[in-house]
Ligand binder design. Structure first.
Ligand code: PRX
Length: 649
């Protein structure tokens, strides 16, 4: 069993790559950081040369306020770089995708690069036949089945813009996204399996369509159970692609052509459409996948994120495929048929890179170490985490139980907006330290500033910002809302500092520890969610008069929403009503957004102008000092709330 790391002789729980890892690593000389910092634009240009361009770019970077651009004038295609490139290189028979269905007795579906190219081409040809053209938006509402990857690839192949919606989101959430993006077509499925149960998907899709511009719905047959099909509108995927040619040339797209829109939570109730373009995204996703996980041809990469999140886009689909490795797609739940499923998958497919979220690790910690111990995990080389700060206990468990103290943990900090990882330790360079993400990726300028935008001292807490040249895969805008784009990311510090909305501190070596969001965005079990979205959903209930949602820490999920609900006159609080409120949240967002606690209250603390002081509610549910309440219009409300939440601050 190969070891890949050694402990630091002086610092407890610090690890470094050993010689075996350094030798295998794409980068092992820390000089890369200085070289890249001296000329980041040249650094990225060099990286861009590693992917295939139909036409080379004319200008590497344009540094215009709010309109930065990369590889300008270059022409390329993400799907070409994911598929054709490898087939043309004679690697068509290499495994590209391993699908693991949830029912343990159902066979895997294994697609080679040749197979995947043929599948993607057939769907791309069908989309063209249905009139989908470059720039048209296509909604994808699919479970974790190969067709999710195929659909995304087919879209970018012809220049259509995909917008993937998490399959556990409700019909309302899907409708919002279809409306906002103006999607003309939706690709969905009859259903899928989760925790051994058949989950219906089509009825939600049907419900979501009212009022949208969707003209056609392509339906993948996954479960085979009876579902309603609307004649003239709904088309079975397998029938649609049957007669199509198995090759569709990849459209040469402009580097700055829109590749996809992905909706994410901001601080308001309405999710925003993050726009990613083609060239910068391709380059940064390609190189970060390669360097972070040290991907080589023989790697089997297992990213547990759903395709509905940016992690699924970048490190389940595009990143691994652009690097020519095998990517594992698992349909179901990590606890089915038992708590050992993920480890069984690793053993079965000889997974070498495992990339998951701290919330998942904490769940495994709870389930007990006997589960991973049952399986042979010696194929693993690199472990990754993403989505939220990882606590030391979870890090050490992951390191010992899963990595056998042999594998580096790459804690990758990034966002839907950055498209690809931005802060992490590289496997051949290190160090790997619990709770510390690492240095900014070479070529990325990150710093920690105070509220005035001035750099803080080493070790001091502040706000994490990115400086120009901005990362190539940074979002180019919010769909249909240029004003909001400027205000959200450049409102605090101006166009020269992209504000991540994360708090952080940096040590002398430049290692960054992320302390968490500083806005009203929560990370619930690795899912990004605005408190305002949950408030909006709860307000839809006819008996709710006013509602405030804040987050509190949770041992497993990281954070969970807590709701303070004021009822309309005459309405009575009850357990029944709590259940109804939960159902309302399910209906408007999905079960991931369910509040952990719902408190029925008479009043919430407000400013004199009537604004709810969520800061105080947050302190109350966290048992933290409440601070000055003398400026409140109703300071007496705080005492009552202390009693209700059992405050022991
Ligand atoms: O707060 C940071 C946290 O997740 C936020 C971005 O969420 P989302 O757009 O859903 O993307 C998640 C997957 C990239 C960030 O603002 N976050 C992400 N990665 C880390 C993290 N917090 C701490 N450590 C990380 N490695």
């Amino acid at each position: 069993m190969t070891r890949w790391v050694v402990p630091d002789p002086k610092r407890e729980n610090w690890y470094w790559p050993n010689d075996a890892m350094r030798e295998r690593a794409w980068v092992s000389d820390p000089k890369i950081y200085e070289e890249a910092a001296a000329d980041p634009v040249a650094f990225w240009a060099k990286r861009a040369e590693e992917i295939v361009w139909f036409e080379k770019w004319k200008e590497t970077y344009i540094d215009e306020p709010y309109a930065y651009k990369w590889f300008v004038g270059g022409k390329l295609n993400l799907s070409y770089n994911s598929l054709d490139r490898h087939v043309e290189d004679g690697k068509g028979d290499k495994v590209a995708l391993i699908w693991e269905p949830e029912p343990p007795d159902e066979p895997n579906r294994i697609l080679t690069y040749k197979d995947l190219l043929a599948e993607v081409s057939r769907l791309a040809n069908a989309l063209k036949r249905l009139g989908i053209k470059k720039g048209d938006r296509v909604g994808i509402y699919l479970p974790m089945i190969p067709e999710a990857v195929i659909a995304m690839q087919a879209c970018v192949r012809i220049g259509a813009v995909h917008t993937v919606v998490f399959s556990a989101f409700s019909a309302e959430a899907l409708r919002d996204r279809l409306l906002d993006s103006g999607a003309r077509l939706l690709i969905t499925a009859d259903g899928y399996y989760r925790r051994g149960k058949l989950i219906d998907l089509k009825p939600q899709a049907d419900q979501a369509l009212a009022g949208t511009k969707v003209e056609k719905v392509i339906v993948v047959r996954r479960t085979g159970h009876q579902i309603p099909m609307h004649p003239g509108r709904d088309l079975w995927y397998h029938e649609l692609v049957k007669g199509e040619k198995d090759f569709c040339p990849a459209e040469p797209l402009d580097s700055e052509d829109l590749a996809f829109i992905l909706y994410t939570s901001g601080t308001t109730g309405k999710p925003k459409g993050v726009m990613h373009t083609t060239g910068g995204y391709a380059v940064q996703v390609y190189i970060t996948a390669k360097w972070d996980f040290n991907l080589h041809e023989d790697d089997v990469h297992f990213c547990t994120a759903d395709v509905g999140w940016i992690t699924g886009h970048s490190y389940l689909n595009y990143g691994p495929l652009m690097n020519g490795v095998a990517t594992v797609v698992y349909e179901g739940s990590p606890d089915y048929p038992d708590f050992g499923r993920m480890w069984q998958i690793i053993e079965k497919h000889k997974v070498t890179v495992y990339y998951t979220a701290p919330t998942a690790i904490r769940m495994h910690v709870k389930w007990g170490e006997e589960w991973p111990k049952k399986y042979d995990l010696s194929s693993l080389r690199v472990l990754g985490t993403v989505g939220e700060p990882i606590n030391e206990e979870a890090w050490l468990w992951y390191f010992k139980l899963i990595g056998g103290e042999r594998c580096p943990i790459i804690d990758t900090w990034w966002q839907t907006e950055t498209g690809a990882t931005c802060v992490e330790a590289l496997p051949g360079i290190g160090p790997f330290i619990p709770t510390v993400a690492g240095r900014p990726f070479p070529g990325i300028r990150a710093r920690i500033v105070d509220a005035g935008g001035q750099p803080v001292k080493t070790g001091e807490g502040g706000y994490l910002v990115l400086e120009p040249p901005f990362p190539p895969s940074l979002l180019r805008g919010l769909y249909g809302d240029p004003e909001k784009f400027r205000a959200t990311y450049f409102g605090e510090f101006g166009p020269r500092l992209y504000f991540t909305k994360d708090g952080a501190r940096m040590d002398e070596m430049g290692n960054i520890r992320i302390t968490g969001r500083v806005d009203d965005v929560m990370n619930v079990a690795g899912h990004r969610l605005a408190t305002a979205e949950v408030e909006d959903a709860l307000s839809q209930h006819p008996l709710v008069s006013e509602v405030a949602v804040v987050s509190r820490p949770d041992e497993v999920k990281g954070e969970v929403p807590v709701a303070f609900v004021l009822l309309k006159a005459g309405a009575q609080p009850s357990e029944e009503l709590k259940k109804e409120l939960i159902k309302t949240v399910d209906k408007y967002i999905g079960p991931t957004a369910r509040p952990a606690d719902i408190y029925f209250v008479e009043d919430v603390p407000k400013t004199r102008s009537g604004k709810i002081m969520r800061r105080i509610l947050k302190a109350l549910v966290r048992g933290e000092p409440v601070g000055d309440i003398t400026t409140l219009r109703n300071p007496e409300s705080v005492e009552e709330l202390k009693r209700i939440v059992g405050y022991k601050g």
